[in-house]
Write a protein that binds this ligand. Structure first.
Ligand code: NOJ
Ligand code: CA
Length: 577
């Protein structure tokens, strides 16, 4: 017995040594229980990352091919947009089989290989969970709509037509903006906050809730490391469907988010799923105010781990933004979460314009410095950074002029609605050109060759012509590229816990071009200075005097004592001893 025990210890020791001698990988520094606080998340839109079979659609094998690239970015977790079976009305955000992989993306065997490949490289995987709604092609809905007394009827929200028209509900994606769709099979309306093919699930039904927990358990058993809960703040609904006095298409969050029951569902989900695994959970949306956000993620509530608040990306975009507003929003959120709760930090995702086009300056002369500056911001704030694929090489918006160029249901149905409402279509298209979600979904630019090396076929969404200048292959070779700078930043963050946990203090709060702040830990202090403008700017920042430059997106740093002359979009991190 003793021998067996000794043998086992020796074996475990050797195993440990073997692991420690593996080549250094991205996440070796991430060790704490709160790994998700220390994580650097890389978001991949699988449809657009890498195609391997020439059908023009990115696939799981494509992610597998690029695993070393992902590791070399220095990120420690990947969030994948939905990869489950789906008819793709909203690119996977309507699931027809939660335990299967979308045929376009590959097979479950591919998934298993991808997960193993990520884990071999010490990279965690966060799955998107879309359970505010399913696809109308899910078997539950097929059953539910078939008759009023079907056992699945109450998996969804129905309003019998003999009661007249249901009280108005706004739909985000419907061409008429109406969230009730009449279904003649049972002479009733079903509810869909998103498109008609995305019927909302009825969370007040315990049977539905158990189905979802079983699905999440299935994925947790496979070894995934986290869940991102899509639109979940909308999932609790008053099933008497009262009249929402004053509901409009701009204030729907006040009526839809955080309704009674939501916290009970989350506590139940936590108890039945999260508490049993080492998984992290992040909400999409953080309610209507700080209290809502805290109620979702404060540790003692045992609901979710991390908030993903929209106030940053909701800052008015078209026509530019004011830096002071940006500072105010990010500083306010940081202040409110200084003691309890934890935030996500992001400037882009698959629902937004490209980061550099939106927050930086994507003209050729400023694209590189401004991309580097924005990455410096993301990777030096308190909260978990979410870096969106392509932003590490400065990919930009694409220039679509015709509505037929767009693939996104939000754009296409939005156009129909704008037409029906008699809106100024030229202006609608101009705004769409800037803010459309398709901007953030164009294929990854790997090379300057045909289709940027994304596919050998016809890509599902056009490749941006600027792949001739903006691509991974070129930036691999250039030591001063956006890509190399991104890698240096992730390394810096991984090696300096002060950038994760240090307190945040804003300097120069009213300055219109410079965003400066400190991150302070017990024994360390960093100063971050960012010139958010395309002009040179001089500022007095006594804090910077004598501080050591840790990273700089320019070869030089012009400093006379505490007076700094910053080049356009210059971004510098300094260490104060
Ligand atoms: C939020 C997702 O990020 C978005 O892409 C999707 O369209 C909606 N939820 C509906 O699932
Ligand atoms: Ca493919």
């Amino acid at each position: 017995m003793n021998r067996l025990f000794l043998f086992l210890c020796l074996f475990l020791l050797l195993l440990g040594c073997a692991r420690n001698t593996e080549p250094s990988t991205a996440a070796t520094e991430v060790a704490s229980d709160d790994w998700w606080k220390e994580a650097i998340v890389y978001q991949i839109y699988p449809r657009s990352f890498q195609d391997t079979n020439g059908d023009g659609i990115g696939d799981l094998n494509g992610i597998i091919e690029r695993l070393d690239y992902i590791r070399d970015l220095g990120v420690t977790a990947v969030w994948l947009n939905p990869i489950y079976s789906s008819p793709n009305d909203d690119n996977g955000y309507e699931i027809s089989d939660y335990r299967n992989i979308m045929a376009d993306f590959g097979t479950m065997a591919d998934f298993d290989r991808m997960l193993a490949g990520l884990h071999e490289r010490d990279i965690k995987l966060i799955m998107d969970v879309v359970v505010n709604h399913s696809s109308d092609e899910h078997e539950w809905f097929v059953q539910s709509r078939s008759s009023r007394d079907n056992p699945y009827r109450d998996y969804y929200h129905w309003w019998p037509a003999e009661r007249g028209k249901p009280p108005y509900r706004y739909s985000l994606f419907d061409a008429e903006g109406n969230a009730w769709k009449y279904d003649s099979i049972t002479n009733a309306y079903y509810l869909h906050y998103f498109s008609q093919k995305q019927p909302d699930l009825n969370w007040s039904n315990p049977a539905l809730r158990q189905e979802v927990y079983d699905i999440m358990t299935f994925w947790a058993d496979k070894g995934v490391d986290g869940f991102r809960l899509d639109a979940f703040q909308f999932s609790a609904k008053d099933t008497t469907y009262p009249v929402f006095e004053g509901l409009t298409e701009t204030n729907f969050v006040d009526y839809y988010a955080m309704q009674p029951g939501l916290h009970d569902y989350l506590r139940e989900m936590n108890e039945r799923v999260f508490s049993k695994y080492d998984v992290m959970s992040v909400a999409e949306g953080a309610g209507r105010n700080f209290q809502d956000a805290h109620d979702l993620v404060d540790a003692d509530r045992r609901e979710l781990d991390m908030a993903y608040a929209f106030d940053g990306v909701d800052i008015p975009k078209y026509g530019g933004y004011e830096l002071r507003t940006m500072k105010e929003v990010f500083s306010r959120w940081d202040r409110e979460f200084a003691e309890d709760g934890w935030l996500s930090i992001f400037l882009s995702n698959h629902d937004q314009a490209r980061m550099v086009s939106r927050w930086g300056d994507d003209r050729p002369e400023y694209r590189a410095p401004s991309s580097k500056l924005l990455n410096t911001f993301l990777l030096s704030m308190r909260g978990t950074p979410y870096c969106y694929y392509g932003d590490e090489i400065g990919m930009t918006n694409i220039d679509f002029d015709e509505i037929d160029d767009y693939r996104d249901i939000a754009a296409r149905n939005g156009y129909r609605k704008a037409q029906a409402q008699g809106k100024d279509i030229a202006r609608f298209l101009e705004e769409l050109n800037f803010s459309s979600r398709d901007n953030g979904r164009t294929p990854m630019q790997w090379t300057d060759g045909p289709q940027a090396g994304f596919t050998t076929g016809t890509p599902w969404l056009p490749v941006n012509e600027n792949h001739a200048q903006i691509n991974v292959a070129a930036q691999e070779k250039d030591p001063r590229s956006i890509l190399q700078h991104f890698r240096a930043l992730t390394k810096l963050r991984r090696e300096n816990p002060v950038l994760v946990y240090g307190s945040y203090d804003l300097l120069l709060s009213d300055h219109e071009q410079v965003y400066a702040y400190t991150r302070t830990g017990d024994n360390d202090r960093m100063l971050i200075v960012l010139n958010f403008s395309s002009e040179s700017v001089t500022v007095d920042l006594p804090e910077a005097e004598d501080a050591a430059v840790v990273i700089n997106n320019y070869p030089t740093f012009d400093r006379q004592g505490g007076e700094l002359r910053l080049a356009p979009w210059q971004a510098v991190i300094l260490r104060r001893g």
